[in-house]
Design a protein around this ligand. Structure first.
Ligand code: ZN
Ligand code: ZN
Length: 358
């Protein structure tokens, strides 16, 4: 997998964390620095290599710390290959799937408290991973370490609970009719998850259907921070976002917004944006992403909202956060609190699927 995939850097510092670190076949005695120079990489410090196309490092035992001027200090293990891509470092780490998974779960489930929710997250993330192995195959690696694939911050970022959950579910995948399921998940559904087809235009899945998340009036995800939210959007702000997103022309002004179609859960599925002279159709997903990218993800936290018109604004009152498809992470935590096991949690959010051992 590619490390520091969102960072543009020409140099990285290495520091053995304990246990041997090899550069090729030579033992690295202490700190060192690898930098990209044109199409080559070079190493200074404890060892000198000439200019090489790639430098291959192996760190077992405790691993190796990587850091740099604009790079967060992170601990990695296994084989790491450094090469240059237009004068910038490309760092590829061959990481054990279960270690990677514990790292991903640490990040994705960090707000949760229940071990059964962590286990459900581990199975969902493992299944997601095996279905995404080809994400970057054209660039010469499987996955990147950013949210584009899944966030991975190395061994130093692995929590004890995530490691325990990965270990307890080792090799387990969620299958639907003999194939790995598309295990989408989100933060909090707001009381009902959504059928995939209302959120994304691509082909739906029979197990990604709207489910009621717990008893009426007492959803499993009720403990999620910001479960209820309210945002006032003035037409001036809406105009700025709509122009920037290309929903309206530079000379047009947004004068209103309404929900024109609902999904199975009661979320908005489609919207209409009004100018003085016309109305513009938008999918709720485009609206959610368009506002999120331009005004931050806390303004409109989900597409589960109703709209009340005001004089020069619209008021959005909503529930939950995230796209609403598949497992609700805060709901998983709420179910675990009520005594449900991870198998029941997964069955609830992905009806018709089964756990298989790889
Ligand atoms: Zn990626
Ligand atoms: Zn929920």
């Amino acid at each position: 997998m590619r490390l520091y995939s969102l960072h543009k850097t020409a140099a990285v510092e290495l520091e053995p964390a304990g246990g041997p670190v090899y550069i090729g076949e030579r033992l690295l005695a202490g700190k060192a620095r690898i930098s990209a120079k044109g199409a080559a990489v070079a190493m200074d410090g404890a060892l000198r290599t000439g200019n090489a196309r790639t430098i291959s490092l192996s760190a077992y035992g405790a691993g190796v710390w990587l850091s740099g001027k604009a790079l967060p200090r992170r601990l990695y293990r296994g084989t790491i290959v450094f090469s240059s891509e237009r004068g910038l470092l490309k760092i590829i780490n061959e990481v054990d799937l279960e270690i990677y998974l514990a790292g991903v779960v640490s990040g994705e489930a960090q707000d949760l408290s229940q071990i059964e929710a962590y286990k459900a997250q581990a199975v969902a993330a493992r299944t997601y991973t095996v279905t995404r192995m080809a994400n970057h195959i054209k660039e010469g690696y499987n996955m990147c370490d950013s949210t584009h694939c899944q966030l991975y911050g190395g061994l130093g970022a692995i929590s004890a609970r995530a490691a325990e959950a990965a270990d307890a579910t080792r090799g387990q995948l969620l299958f639907y009719k003999g194939r790995p399921a598309a295990t989408y998940y989100h933060s909090a559904c707001g009381g009902r998850t959504e059928t995939m087809a209302y959120v994304w235009p691509f082909e739906g899945k029979p197990y990604l259907v709207s489910v009621r998340d717990g008893p009426a009036g007492a959803p499993y995800c009720a403990g999620a921070p910001g479960f209820f939210w309210k945002t006032k959007i003035f037409f001036t702000g809406l105009t700025r976002i709509a122009r920037d997103a290309g929903w309206i022309a530079p000379g047009e002004e947004a004068r209103g917004l309404r929900v024109s179609a609902w999904g199975a859960s009661g979320r908005a599925a489609a919207l209409e944006l009004y100018t003085r002279t016309r109305r513009v159709a938008l999918s709720a997903t485009d609206f959610y992403h368009g506002v999120g990218r331009r005004a931050g993800w806390n303004a409109v936290r989900s597409s589960y909202f109703k709209i009340t018109p005001g004089k020069d604004y619209v008021m959005l009152e909503g529930k939950g956060s995230g796209h609403g498809v598949g497992m609700c992470q805060w709901g998983a935590d709420g179910m675990a609190r009520k005594g449900y096991k991870y198998r029941e949690i997964l069955r609830h959010y992905y009806p018709g699927t089964e756990i298989v051992n790889d």
